[in-house]
Design a protein around this ligand. Sequence first.
Ligand code: GLV
Ligand code: MN
Ligand code: MN
Length: 424
Amino acid sequence: MTPVATARALGEKAQRMIDALTAISASPDHLTRLYLTPEHKRAAELVGEWMREAGLSTRLDAAGTMRGSMPPGRAGRSGNKALLIGSHIDTVINAGRYDGNLGVVVGILAVETLKARGVALPFGIDILAFGDEEGVRFPVTLTTSAVTAGVFDPKALDITDDADITLRDALIAFGGDPARLKDEAYQRPSVLGYLEVHIEQGPVLERAQEPLGVVTAIASQSRHRIRIKGEAGHAGTVPMNMRHDALAAAAEIILAIEAIAKKDKKNSLVATVGHVEVTPGASNVIPADVRFSLDVRAANDRARQEAVEAITLVARKVDRTRHVVVGVETMLEKPVATCGVRLQKAIGKAVTTVQGEPARSLMSGAGHDGQSMAHLGEFGMIFVRCRAGISHNPAEFVTIDDMGLAVEALVETILELARQEEQP
Ligand code: GLV
Ligand code: MN
Ligand code: MN
């Protein structure tokens, strides 16, 4: 078989696996698979089956990550270190099919390919199918990779979802074990590095007509919860100038958030309000209580922090002028996570070989499990072009050929790391 035919066959297999995962959803009409739900469990079990077929030994860890392990095939400088390869199998609501899922599928297919080619690696490989990269069910994110990297804050176990279920109770119902989370962390000396394949979720590679790219860093990000307490009243009787309308106050803050982000000269600052809850939520009652989410990202930590400060000042002003009570709570804060130079170089070489043209480097505006895994050592990411840069949308699309190239690029990256083991 020619290398191109091999990549095509790998792409076709990746597509079948993506289709099988897409069928596991909370809704028959669209793809929604949130952390610690029955759908998450079923997807993790399917991924576990594929891992075992690829010759990996599997276990579902205490946080809900499906782990598949392969020991080293021969002795090497790294001793018993493992190269960690992963991505996530949770999705947003009404999601695309490739975000996260593709990285898990490509990881499994890369191991399968190495085995089929009879390669004995001088380090082990652990494939990790994380369960909470999106942070949709609970207002924290990267729970599973944070546990893996030993940076999970147990205070997060008390946070609740929209149904007031704590993360702790959801984990127990899933079959996880809050008491064992700290035992699930890798020790730094046992880790060679972390690799992840992910769709770009932006338009750069497609515009450049390049299938793959090398990630340099992941943007700085924070998530917040803003709560406004006003006063309920009769929609027909309370004069406009006597109201303490929590939703009108929220609207003023939300428009200011958009304006603050748009003012950014370098265009890297983005701020999003994606979830709003209005109480009591009736057409003839003045809104008494509004909670909304805020997600802020930027290419550097300072720009993000300044934006959050500016938003907080607006919130205080609205509190005073509209006589409501506004609270701003920070749920998570992640600094810029920079990909390791050694892994960027290895990926760059592999991508150049596989796609036959020089690899482009680009930054990720989206968050990824690498932000946690960076605490264990170097991490590196391969981006795969997606149509029109569309993601977090059912229209998300990656071609079969590009998926095949992604498997080949991951295989080449692993082989390059194995070659480096041989160098004096
Ligand atoms: C995950 O996709 C995120 O960037 O929020
Ligand atoms: Mn993702
Ligand atoms: Mn996502």
